[in-house]
Design a protein around this ligand. Structure first.
Ligand SMILES: Cc1cc2nc3c(=O)[nH]c(=O)nc-3n(C[C@H](O)[C@H](O)[C@H](O)COP(=O)(O)OP(=O)(O)OC[C@H]3O[C@@H](n4cnc5c(N)ncnc54)[C@H](O)[C@@H]3O)c2cc1C
Length: 427
């Protein structure tokens, strides 16, 4: 697999290095070289925008995106997200053919499962919607679920579906590296160790950005700063109302009989997911009491500072073990944590910001940003370059939060609720 290289100040594939002078002018400056920033930057350059510059305060591709589970799921709560997932999967599966740069992915499909009647009713309603939006699904009985996915014990399943096109990227960093390398071929430059410290807005128009290494003139700034996107937005006078919140996962040591092409499993009643990973299993849950944790303006924070709470991963195992018994007998080779950017309504914040011409946001991942990054990034890039969106992104409109009167405590409470109820049946 490709690697970003051992020198923390260098970028891969002979891109610009942090010690090289920055250009005085860029066609667009993207703040943040995570999945969202790289997905958008790559698509901007591919769509013909000259001088696309993706800046990161750290080594590119090393923060939350590199810690994701790498899962792409077609069962989404809206037609918009379903379409964005479809586009993302299309981009990833055709990436090598279209760019010459490989993205190693596995497309084994997934089992979408409920072990309580309430969750069965919920997934059946979601499946019905998703079929209407064009997703390929198949209902399975317990025996067939077991046959397709030998690492599960299906006896508690009340309802199970197979989602044919779901996929995963085993090492999420591979997608980030591929976007950097393919981006370089179409003119995108990715530069690490470069912090955007100010955004120059004059008469309601973006004019440039200030960085720790100098000023860059630009008419377009994309805030793709992940857990820092509220801090970055404030530099343009825009309140990007997100709350960073910890999410974590475990990867077990080797487990006999887990080839990579066995399906992903989502157990909605346990708010849990499991997939093959590095010859073992990866697992995680949406816990009921998630930890808000994020950067503070003026202080340096990296994702290495996000603590792993082992009790959450023990709870994850407890929830999953009845259906994946092997998890009871194997230790973890890795446990890692990163930060979701949650919003009060559980939807992305993505699109142009009214009142600041040239300022765009792509944030508010609510747990699905890695998989959506190429599709949503492409949609935003098409909009920037073409002047109009090719798909309806009004559901994600940053404007919906700009005038919203919401106290910090309510924003926090609603964001926690969105995380904790990711798979809660609401009726
Ligand atoms: C454990 C875990 C599992 C997950 N699993 C999945 C999954 O299976 N599928 C899925 O779709 N999603 C998943 N997610 C969510 C997904 O990882 C995120 O939605 C996604 O990675 C967010 O990408 P990003 O680009 O916004 O953030 P990041 O990757 O954090 O990138 C933001 C970048 O902005 C940079 N930055 C910030 N401020 C500045 C500044 N002022 N100047 C320069 N640079 C700046 C940062 O250094 C950082 O590199 C998971 C998340 C976690 C934590």
């Amino acid at each position: 697999m490709n690697d970003l290289g051992s020198n923390p100040t260098s970028s891969p594939a002979s891109g610009p290095r942090a010690q090289d002078p920055l250009p005085a002018y860029a066609g667009a400056v993207v703040i943040g070289a995570g999945a969202f920033g790289l997905g958008t930057g790559f698509a901007l350059a591919k769509n013909g925008l000259n001088g696309v510059l993706v800046l990161d305060q750290f080594e590119p591709g090393t923060q939350t995106s590199a810690r994701a589970a790498g899962l792409f799921k077609n069962i989404q709560a809206s037609a918009t997200k379903t379409e964005l997932t479809r586009r993302s999967i299309e981009i990833v599966t055709r990436f090598e053919q279209e760019t010459g740069v490989a993205v190693p992915y596995v497309q084994p499909g997934s089992l979408f499962v409920a072990r309580t009647p309430g969750h069965a009713a919920m997934i059946e309603a979601e499946i019905e919607d998703s079929v209407g939006w064009g997703v390929a699904v198949e209902r399975l009985d317990r025996q067939e679920a077991q046959r397709r996915c030998p690492y599960i014990d299906s006896r508690d399943f009340v309802s199970a579906y197979f989602i044919r096109d779901d996929l995963y990227i085993d090492e999420p960093k591979a997608l980030l590296v591929a976007l950097i390398q393919a981006g370089l071929r179409v003119g995108m430059q990715t530069v690490g160790q470069t912090t955007v410290t100010g955004i120059d807005v004059r008469n309601g128009e973006i004019r440039g950005v200030q960085t720790n290494r100098g000023y860059i003139g630009t008419p377009v700034v994309v805030d793709a700063a992940g857990a820092w996107s509220r801090i970055a937005g404030a530099m343009a006078g825009v309140d990007v109302k997100i709350v960073p919140m910890r999410h974590q996962l475990g990867i077990t040591a080797l487990v006999e009989g887990i080839p990579p092409d066995l399906p992903i499993v989502r157990m909605t009643d346990g708010a849990a997911y499991v997939r093959p990973a590095r010859g073992g299993l990866m697992y995680g849950i949406f816990e009921p009491n998630p930890l808000p944790f994020g950067p503070v303006p003026g202080e340096t924070m990296s994702l290495d500072m996000v603590p792993v709470d082992h009790s959450v991963l023990r709870e994850a195992r407890d929830r999953i073990v009845p259906s994946v018994p092997e998890l009871a007998h194997v230790t973890d080779q890795e446990q890692r944590a990163g930060l979701f950017t949650m919003t009060a309504d559980g939807k992305f914040i993505a699109g142009p910001v009214p009142g600041v011409h040239g300022f765009w946001v792509i944030s508010g991942c609510n747990g699905s940003g890695f998989s959506m990054s190429t599709g949503l990034g492409a949609a935003i890039a098409e909009w920037i370059v073409g002047g109009a969106p090719e798909i309806d992104l009004s559901l994600l409109d940053p404007a919906r939060f700009l005038d919203l009167e919401i106290s910090e405590s309510d924003l926090l409470a609603q964001s926690i609720w969105q995380y904790a109820n990711y798979y809660t049946p609401l009726s």
